[in-house]
Design a protein around this ligand. Structure first.
Ligand SMILES: [Zn+2]
Length: 336
């Protein structure tokens, strides 16, 4: 596919049928699409298809050289930092405690000022100080680090793509390994925007099931095609993120995966933000995420007005309430 044009991929897609759906096995196709690499802005084309039965949008062929597309610093590998100001540190902890348990009034105020969606998504896991929690594809381990700051001691992150194992001074640990190399028995296993990157979601959930205690919970936080953004922006949808996102799951496809691997879906919470709008609007205009003009690189350049960004934040919240935001947290419980 290297060096080919979008037109060439379309032509090829017309001759070669897509593979069966890697979620539900169906060969019925709802649509075929060409998405360009737009985070780095190489504009290489990649063919995707959407399953007519479970609705999952997926890359037709997983590139053999996928690692190349993670070069140049993927955002989640930036190491966590503790605020130097003790007052600020206290405010961050209060915000996170509210996100986890909903009990700290001051934390609620802090959360209103700056949301912490990843931490908020953990609330259905009902964490206790001794909960054994594994974060898969954790990058530098930001979330594990923050949980250790709050006193959670039995937390571990794994990621096969980090440079080396890391141990933080608060007890948080991150190991350079994949899910296949993970061991132990866990009360909860979570994937924060990592599950859409794994080549075989069924095998990944089976492995997760084996690592969980009975009644244990699995959190899948993923972008979803069950969203306004996919409907409205199509292949310009910023969270399609070809070719790194191999799967853009629908609600139905997550339900199918859960049932096929011994889980029940017990909670779904949408937590999209304004990124779905400004990122997709940029792609529509041919502006890569890492372009000098991008709001992500240079917000002061003023590509979008403050009023526009605030309006998009409000619309994102409305979409979340309506169950149409472009990302969601699915909580699965291991069947007895
Ligand atoms: Zn399917």
């Amino acid at each position: 596919m290297n060096g080919s044009t979008p037109a060439a991929v379309h032509a090829d897609a017309g001759l070669t049928p897509p593979p069966p759906c890697r979620v539900c096995g169906s060969i019925r196709v709802a649509g075929r699409h060409t998405a360009l690499e737009m985070m780095n802005g190489t504009r290489e084309p990649f063919a995707y298809f959407q399953c007519a039965d479970c609705g999952c949008l997926q890359i037709e062929r997983i590139p053999a050289d996928l690692a190349r597309h993670y070069a140049g610093g993927y955002y989640s590998y930036t190491p966590p930092q503790r605020p130097a100001n003790p007052l600020r540190r206290w405010a961050v902890h209060a915000r996170h405690r509210w996100a986890l348990h909903g009990r700290d009034p001051f934390g609620w105020l802090m959360y209103r000022r700056a949301a912490a969606y990843a931490m908020r998504s953990l609330r259905p896991l009902e964490l206790r100080p001794d909960t054994r929690l594994l974060d898969v594809g954790c990058g530098a381990g930001l979330l594990i680090f923050e949980l250790a700051e709050l006193g959670y001691r039995s937390v571990l992150g794994i990621d096969p793509f980090i440079e080396a194992d890391r141990a933080y001074d608060n007890g948080a640990r991150v190991l350079k390994r994949g899910l296949d190399e993970a061991s132990g028995c866990w009360d909860a296993v979570m994937f924060h925007h990592s599950f859409e990157h794994v080549p075989d979601p069924l095998a990944t959930l089976r492995r997760t099931h084996a690592l969980l205690a009975t009644g244990g919970r699995c959190l899948l936080r993923v972008p979803t095609v069950s969203s306004y953004a996919w409907q409205h922006y199509g292949v310009d949808w910023v969270q399609l993120d070809a070719p790194r996102h191999l799967y853009l799951f629908s609600r139905e496809s997550i339900t199918h995966l859960a049932a096929a691997t011994g889980f029940d879906v017990i909670d779904v919470a949408f937590d999209s933000d304004a990124f779905q709008f400004w990122g997709s609007e940029q792609y529509r205009r041919g502006i890569a995420l890492r372009d000098e003009r991008s709001h992500a690189v240079n917000p002061a350049a003023g590509l979008f007005s403050a009023a526009q960004l605030a309006d998009w934040a409000r619309r994102a919240e409305e979409l979340n309430q309506a169950g149409q935001g472009d990302q969601a947290a699915f909580v699965l419980r291991k069947r007895p």
